[in-house]
Every structure is written in structure tokens, then in C-alpha cells.
Design a protein around this ligand. Structure first.
Ligand code: FAD
Length: 410
């Protein structure tokens, strides 16, 4: 057998890195190893579709911590190594090269693999996902020869990539299967606002369009054929249609999995001494009325990392953080707090025409989420309303003369 560590973290992304940081911050003095299949030290993923793609930030500036940090805290980095199997009974993981590594406690923090298209042409050159530095470096290396880009998927990542590429002077067509963009994460008025903004910036937004295949010339993408037969010509395709949680080795080891690996309030799986955190972990979330969900956000990765570190050190505090998220598109900053899924009312606060407003989501009369667009104050002050699930008269929520912070007590 190879080396053995008190704690082995599989996945060197946001959640894995933050777990190691939190363990050391909380005084854990045992040995820690982090095994990651990417060659790089842990880095921030959000800039990949924002200022890293636009070349406004070099890679060194998106590293979560510099190399010396990990060295000083005695975190052994095993990078470019993929864990293929977990033997829960013997407390071992096996790498692709057959090497085994022993653990006292295992933290599974593997995120997810980008969902790929399955239609003909999905594997042509110049068809890209946006999940890793390598994905974006490859795109950037090709961009000089690209004038037309087809973005498939109108979620956050597709919309952000469309905005950056438009700013870089590319002609962008955004293809979304549903009848509105951001449908999974925002209410209708917010979707329509972003649709209008993208159109105003020159993005050709196509809604309700299914993709039939990717057409190619000389092995590279040359167009996207839609279900109605129309071909959207392009020199590059970007696919942003979600992720599939990377939990196969844990599932094979006997962990309960559905959409991700199922964990309890302390981020424990049902396997002994095995925890899971971040994008791959399905947990019961208070802000989703207790439904078992996965959150794909830096907030969730960081907060679950804190929970797991404390749990390993003996705390019984359950994960209970309010979800928040952000997205940058053109000069618009969208900040979300809470989960709007299942809302039955949307209150608009402010005038979308001014490009600074908020959408407050209500369920059964209570505030469950806020989307604040260029409206930091509402985002900051509205958080307490979401956390309290406050029941407030919609007319008062819409009244911009009253700050949101005045509503909780009033
Ligand atoms: P990851 O950061 O994906 O890390 C998992 C790591 O594990 C990866 O390096 C993966 O390759 C590795 N791995 C997987 N399987 C194995 C294995 N078997 N062995 C070894 N290593 C393995 N969130 C926000 O809150 N705001 C944003 O604006 C935002 N923008 C985003 C933009 C983009 C382009 C992307 C891709 C994500 C964005 N997110 C954003 C989401 C956020 O980045 C993720 O929620 C966060 O990275 C999750 O952290 P994680 O550690 O769970 O997974």
C-alpha cells in the first residue's frame, strides 16, 4: 500500500480547498492530503466565464491560495491524480495508476462533470464546456480564428460566456431549449430583463429551440442544426447545460446516491468516516422547505467545508446557511439570496428600465428569495427577510422609499 493520511480530500476545487483551510483554522494537526485530477492548485471557478475568459485576470490571480500557503500548512497536494475507487471497509482510495492511499477520514469534494450533448457532432473540435481552466485555455487559444459563436444553454454560465464573447467582438447566438433564459434559477421578470439586455448588446437569443446536431467541416464545428432544420452557422460552440455530480466511485462503494451523494446535516454519507461537500453533495436544505437538493455555488462549497471541518473536530452543528449566488453579465451584477424555486408571487422593486432593481420572491406570502440587479443595498438588506421568511405586504416590499431593512421590524 502507498501512503496513508488522517484526512484525504478527493477533489482540489473550492470545497476541498476550503475544507483543508477550515481544518487547519480549527486546529486540526493531523496529516491532510488533497487529491485532484486537474494539474493546478485549487483555483476560483467563477472567473472562468467572466474575467478569466475576458483576459482581465491572469491565472495566478484566480488561485484560491498561493503554493506556499499549502506548504506552510502541511497540506500534501497530489495533483493530476484521479481517484477511481473507494474501499470503505478498508479505508482506502485507489488512484488511476493503481496506487492506493489510506485514510482515517475521507472528504469527497469532486464537484461535477459538465453535461455533454449526445447529438451527432457533439465530439467535434471547437465544441467546448466551461468547467476547468483547461477548457477555457483551449477556447482562448482558438478565439483569434473565431468570429461566430453558438452558445447552447441559457443558464448562468452560457449567459456569462455570451456576454464576455460579445464584448470581445464575437457574434454570438444563444440557443435555449426552454421559453426563457435563466429559467431554473430566476423568475420570469428577471429572465425577460436579461433576455432584453443580451439582445440590446447584440446577442441573438433563440428561445424554445432544440438542438438536432452539430455540423462540422474538417473535423471542427461549423454550425448548430436546430430541430426545425435551421442551421446557425458558427466557428465555435459553447455548451452550458449543467453538470453531472462526480460520485460514481462513492456510489460503487455503497454510498446512497440520487442526484449527487446524499449527506446528513453534518455532510456525512452513510459510509463510515466518509463525508461529501460542495456541488456533488445532495442535502436537505431548509431554504428549499427541507427538500434534498444540490447547490452549485461557492457559498455552499465554502459553508459545507466549514461544517465538515467542525464535524470532524466533534461539533454537531448542522449545515444551515442561507444560499447566495452572483452572476456578472455586461455591466450587470446579479446577486441572489435564498431559493426562488416554487415561488407563487414576484414583487418588482424599482424600475427595470433603470437597470437597477430587485425581484422579491414570495411563497404563501413569505419572502423566500431576492434577485438584486445592480442593487447591492437590497441584496444586503434583504438577506434578513429571506432568513426570517418574513411575511410582508407586497406593496411595502415594492416601495423603494422604504429600505428593506426597515421592513423586518416594522
Ligand atoms: P469543483 O470546484 O468543481 O472541484 C471539484 C474538483 O474535483 C475538480 O477539480 C474536479 O476535476 C476534481 N475531481 C472530480 N472527480 C475527481 C476524482 N475522482 N479524483 C480526483 N479529483 C476529482 N458559483 C458562484 O457562487 N458564483 C458564480 O458566479 C459562479 N460562476 C461559475 C462559473 C463557472 C464557469 C463554473 C464552472 C462554476 C461557477 N460557479 C459559481 C459554481 C462554483 O464554481 C462551484 O459551485 C464550485 O466550484 C463548487 O466547488 P466544488 O469543490 O464542489 O467543485
Amino acid at each position: 500500500m502507498g501512503a496513508s493520511f488522517d484526512i484525504v480530500i478527493v477533489g482540489a476545487g473550492h470545497a476541498g480547498a476550503q475544507a483543508a483551510i477550515a481544518l487547519r483554522q480549527n486546529g486540526f494537526a493531523g496529516s491532510i492530503a488533497m487529491i485532484g485530477d486537474e494539474p493546478d492548485l485549487p483555483y476560483e471557478r467563477p472567473p472562468l466565464s467572466k474575467d478569466y475568459l475576458s483576459r482581465d485576470k491572469p491565472f495566478e490571480r484566480i488561485l484560491l491560495r498561493p503554493a506556499g500557503f499549502w506548504h506552510e500548512r502541511a497540506v500534501t497536494m497530489l495533483l493530476g491524480e484521479r481517484v477511481e475507487t473507494v474501499d470503505a471497509a478498508r479505508h482506502l482510495v485507489t488512484r488511476r495508476d493503481g496506487e492506493t492511499i489510506g485514510y482515517g477520514t475521507l472528504i469527497w469534494a469532486t464537484g461535477g462533470a459538465p453535461r455533454r450533448l449526445t447529438c451527432p457532432g457533439h465530439d467535434l473540435a471547437r465544441v467546448h464546456s466551461v468547467r476547468t481552466r483547461a477548457d477555457v485555455d483551449q477556447m482562448m487559444a482558438e478565439l483569434d480564428d473565431v468570429t461566430r459563436v453558438a452558445v447552447i444553454g441559457g443558464g448562468y454560465i452560457g449567459m456569462e460566456a455570451a456576454a464576455v464573447l460579445t464584448k470581445l467582438g464575437k457574434s454570438v447566438t444563444l440557443i435555449e431549449a426552454l421559453d426563457r433564459v435563466l429559467a431554473r434559477v430566476a423568475g420570469e421578470p428577471v429572465s425577460r430583463f436579461f433576455e432584453r439586455e443580451h439582445r440590446a448588446h447584440g446577442v441573438d437569443v433563440r428561445l424554445g429551440c432544440a438542438v438536432a446536431c452539430i455540423e462540422g467541416k474538417a473535423g471542427a464545428a461549423s454550425g448548430v442544426r436546430l430541430a426545425d432544420g435551421e442551421v446557425v452557422p458558427c466557428d465555435m460552440v459553447i455548451v452550458g447545460i449543467g453538470i453531472i455530480p462526480a460520485v460514481a466511485p462513492l456510489e460503487a462503494a455503497g454510498a446512497r446516491c440520487g442526484n449527487g451523494v446524499i449527506v446528513d446535516g453534518s455532510c456525512r454519507t452513510i459510509l463510515p468516516d466518509v463525508y461529501a461537500i460542495g456541488d456533488c453533495a445532495a442535502h436537505s436544505n431548509r431554504y428549499a422547505d427541507g427538500a434534498v437538493i444540490r447547490l452549485e455555488s461557492v457559498q455552499n462549497a465554502n459553508d459545507q467545508a466549514g461544517t465538515v471541518a467542525r464535524a470532524i473536530l466533534g461539533s454537531t452543528d448542522a449545515y444551515d446557511a442561507v444560499p447566495w449566488f452572483w452572476s456578472n453579465q455586461f455591466d450587470l451584477k446579479l446577486q441572489t439570496v435564498g431559493l426562488s424555486t416554487g415561488h407563487d408571487q414576484v414583487v418588482i422593486r424599482g424600475d427595470p428600465a433603470t437597470r437597477a432593481f430587485s425581484a422579491l420572491y414570495l411563497k404563501d406570502g413569505c419572502v423566500t428569495a431576492i434577485d438584486a440587479i445592480n442593487s447591492v443595498k437590497d441584496y444586503v438588506q434583504g438577506r434578513a427577510l429571506v432568513m426570517a421568511r418574513a411575511r410582508i405586504d407586497p406593496a411595502r416590499l415594492a416601495d423603494t422609499d422604504t429600505p428593506l431593512k426597515a421592513l423586518l421590524t416594522g
